[in-house]
Write a protein that binds this ligand. Structure first.
Ligand SMILES: *[C@@H]1O[C@H](CO)[C@@H](O)[C@H](O)[C@H]1NC(C)=O
Ligand SMILES: *[C@@H]1O[C@H](CO)[C@@H](O)[C@H](O)[C@H]1NC(C)=O
Ligand SMILES: *[C@@H]1O[C@H](CO)[C@@H](O)[C@H](O)[C@H]1NC(C)=O
Ligand SMILES: *[C@@H]1O[C@H](CO)[C@@H](O)[C@H](O)[C@H]1NC(C)=O
Ligand SMILES: *[C@@H]1O[C@H](CO)[C@@H](O)[C@H](O)[C@H]1NC(C)=O
Ligand SMILES: *[C@@H]1O[C@H](CO)[C@@H](O)[C@H](O)[C@H]1NC(C)=O
Length: 458
C-alpha cells in the first residue's frame, strides 16, 4: 500500500545502505535536528559568541512578492573580556583560588593544571580581537541580506562607550565604501536619541538589582550538585559562585579566543540548561517581562523607527525633512539604519513587542526551585555578543497574497511574529496596524520621563 511504496521511493532516492533500515527518515529534508548534538555555546545568555537563531522556523529571505525597502537594527556590541560585575562576583574569586591550587586537578579537569585565564583584567570591557572579527562577519551577513540597502548607509550610531564604537567600526568594514560612512556617537539627548539608544542609562529609576536574589536562589539549587559531582577532580571545593564562574569562562574564553574553550566539555547538558535558566531568570526580572519598566524602556526605539519608516518614501516634504533634521539626523536616502548598544536594550524592545513572552496573557512563571522548560523567554537566542533586533519594512505586490507595506521583526536573523499582528505575508504585520500598536504603546508606556525620573549627566 502507501507506506511500503513510500519507503521504496525513499530508498531509491537516498541510495545509501545505511538509510535502508531507517524507515522513520523523512524524504529529503535539510538537516536541522537530525544528528542532534548538544552545544553549550547555544545556552549561555549574554556571554556566547554570535549565532543565528532558529526561532519558529520562518525563512529569512523576504517573502515572495515582497522587497525589504528599509530596515533598522539595534545591535549589541561584540565580545568583551568580561562584564565587570560578572567578573567580580563569579570569575575572579575562582581565579584567585585557582592561582594557589594549580596542581590537584584531574580527570576531566586535568587541563586546569596548565590553563591560563584569557581575561585581560585591565581591558575587561574592551572588545577582543575575535570580537572584532565577529563584528565584520555579522556585518557581512547583513550585507548579504540587504545588498540593495547597504549602499544607502551613510551614518551609523553608537554611544560613548569604546565597546560600541569599536564594534560599529569593525561591523562596517564589511560594507563597500566603509570609509564614507560616518560613525556618530550619541552623547546628548537631542530629540530623545539617548532614550532610544541607551534607555537604561538615561532612566534614573532603572538599576541592575532585580532578579539577583532569585538567580542566587536558583543557583543554590543546582550548583551544589555540580560541585559534588566534580569534587573528585577539583583542587578545592567549588562554591556555588565558582561553578557559575567556570561555566561563564566557557562562554568568555570561547568568545575571546574564537575557539571553543575546553571548559565547555566539563559540564553536562542538564547543568548547562540550569545555567541558562538561572540567567533567563535574571534577565526576565531585570530587563524583561517581570520588570514593569521594561516596556517603557523598549518603546522609545520602536517609536523612533516607526516615525522614521513613516517619513521615508512618504513623498511628503515636511516629513522627509523631519527625517533629515530630527534626532540622529539621518542622511537623505538612507534605508538601512544601525545603532550599536548594550545587552539590556534588545530585551527591552523584545518585551515591548511581546516577541519573547509566552502566548498567554498571564505572566510567564519563573520558579526558583525548578526550570520552566516551556518558557518563551530564552535570552541565549537574543543577546549573544552582537545580538540584535531589527524591523524590516516590506513592500509587497499582489503576488504576495496581500499588497501593501508590512513590518517584520527580526531577532538574530530569524523573523519573530508580533502577537496579535501577523496577517501580512509570512506572518508580517501590516504597517498601518503596526502604527496602531505603537500609538497604543505610546498611550500606555509613552511617559518615559515620568517613570524614570531625571538623571544628572556627566
Ligand atoms: C563607492 O565610492 C566610489 C568612489 O567614491 C563611488 O564611485 C561608488 O559609487 C561608491 N559605491 C557605493 C556602493 O556607494
Ligand atoms: C535581596 O536579598 C537581600 C538580602 O536578603 C535583601 O536585603 C534585598 O531586599 C533583596 N532584594 C530584593 C530586590 O528583593
Ligand atoms: C569539601 O566538601 C566535602 C563534602 O562536603 C567536605 O567533606 C570537605 O571537608 C570539604 N573540603 C574542604 C577543604 O573544605
Ligand atoms: C505577553 O504578550 C501578550 C501579547 O502582547 C500580552 O498580552 C501579555 O500580557 C504578555 N505577557 C507578559 C508576561 O508580559
Ligand atoms: C512555564 O511557562 C509557561 C509559559 O509561559 C507557563 O504557562 C507555565 O505556567 C510555566 N510553568 C511553570 C512550571 O512555571
Ligand atoms: C522588488 O524589486 C524588484 C527588483 O528591483 C522589482 O522588480 C519588483 O517590482 C519589486 N517588487 C515590489 C513589490 O516592490
Amino acid at each position: 500500500m502507501f507506506l511500503p511504496s513510500l519507503i521504496l521511493l525513499a530508498v531509491a532516492h537516498l541510495g545509501s545502505s545505511q538509510q535502508l533500515y531507517n524507515a522513520q527518515q523523512p524524504l529529503n529534508p535539510y538537516d536541522h535536528s537530525q544528528g542532534y548534538q548538544f552545544d553549550p555555546l547555544l545556552h549561555l545568555p549574554g556571554i556566547s559568541p554570535y549565532f543565528d537563531a532558529v526561532a519558529f522556523g520562518l525563512g529569512h529571505n523576504a517573502p515572495s512578492g515582497c522587497n525589504v525597502t528599509a530596515a533598522s537594527y539595534i545591535i549589541r556590541h561584540s565580545a568583551i573580556y568580561a562584564n565587570d560585575e560578572e567578573y567580580e562576583t563569579y570569575i575572579k574569586p575562582f581565579l584567585k583560588k585557582l592561582e594557589k591550587n594549580k596542581d590537584d586537578w584531574s580527570g576531566p579537569l586535568e587541563f586546569m593544571k596548565h590553563w591560563q585565564s584569557p581575561i585581560l583584567e585591565d581591558h575587561l570591557e574592551d572588545i577582543t580581537p575575535s570580537g572584532a572579527e565577529d563584528a565584520v562577519r555579522v556585518g557581512l551577513h547583513l550585507l548579504e541580506r540587504y545588498r540593495d540597502l547597504v549602499p544607502t548607509t551613510k551614518r551609523i550610531l553608537a554611544d560613548k562607550k569604546a565597546r560600541t564604537y569599536d564594534t560599529a567600526k569593525n561591523f562596517i568594514k564589511a560594507f563597500p565604501n566603509a570609509s564614507e560612512i560616518e560613525l556618530v556617537r550619541i552623547t546628548k539627548d537631542k530629540d530623545g536619541a539617548m532614550d532610544a539608544l541607551i534607555p537604561h542609562k538615561s532612566c534614573a529609576a532603572f538599576n541592575k538589582e532585580p532578579g539577583k536574589n532569585e538567580t542566587a536562589e536558583f543557583i543554590s539549587n543546582y550548583a551544589p550538585f555540580v560541585s559534588n559531582r566534580l569534587r573528585p577532580y577539583t583542587a578545592f571545593n567549588l562554591t556555588d559562585n565558582d561553578v557559575v564562574g567556570l561555566q561563564q569562562l566557557c562562554g568568555y574564553e570561547s568568545a575571546i579566543k574564537g575557539t571553543r574553550s575546553p571548559i565547555c566539555a566539563v559540564f553536562n547538558d542538564a547543568e548547562w540548561m540550569a545555567y541558562e535558566y538561572a540567567w533567563d531568570l535574571k534577565y526576565a526580572h531585570m530587563v524583561g517581562p517581570l520588570n514593569p519598566l521594561s516596556p517603557y524602556l523598549g518603546f522609545p526605539w520602536l517609536q523612533a523607527q516607526t516615525k522614521l519608516f513613516s517619513a521615508i518614501d512618504s513623498h511628503d516634504k515636511a516629513k522627509e525633512e523631519d527625517h533629515d533634521n530630527k534626532g540622529p539626523g539621518w542622511p537623505k536616502g538612507q534605508r538601512l539604519f544601525l545603532s550599536f548598544t548594550h545587552r539590556e536594550v534588545p530585551p527591552f524592545v523584545a518585551t515591548a513587542l511581546g516577541i519573547f513572552n509566552s502566548s498567554s496573557t498571564a505572566k510567564e512563571e519563573f520558579p526558583t526551585d525548578r526550570i520552566n522548560w516551556t518558557r518563551a523567554w530564552k535570552m541565549s537566542d537574543l543577546i549573544p555578543f552582537l545580538g540584535h533586533v531589527g524591523l524590516e519594512k516590506l513592500t509587497c505586490d499582489a503576488s504576495s497574497g496581500r499588497e501593501g507595506e508590512f513590518i517584520r521583526v527580526i531577532a538574530n536573523s530569524a523573523p519573530r511574529p508580533i502577537p496579535n499582528c501577523q496577517k501580512g505575508p509570512s506572518a508580517s504585520c501590516p504597517f498601518e496596524d503596526f502604527k496602531e500598536i505603537m500609538r497604543a504603546g505610546d498611550d500606555k508606556y509613552g511617559d518615559f520621563h515620568a517613570v524614570c525620573g531625571t538623571k544628572s549627566r556627566h
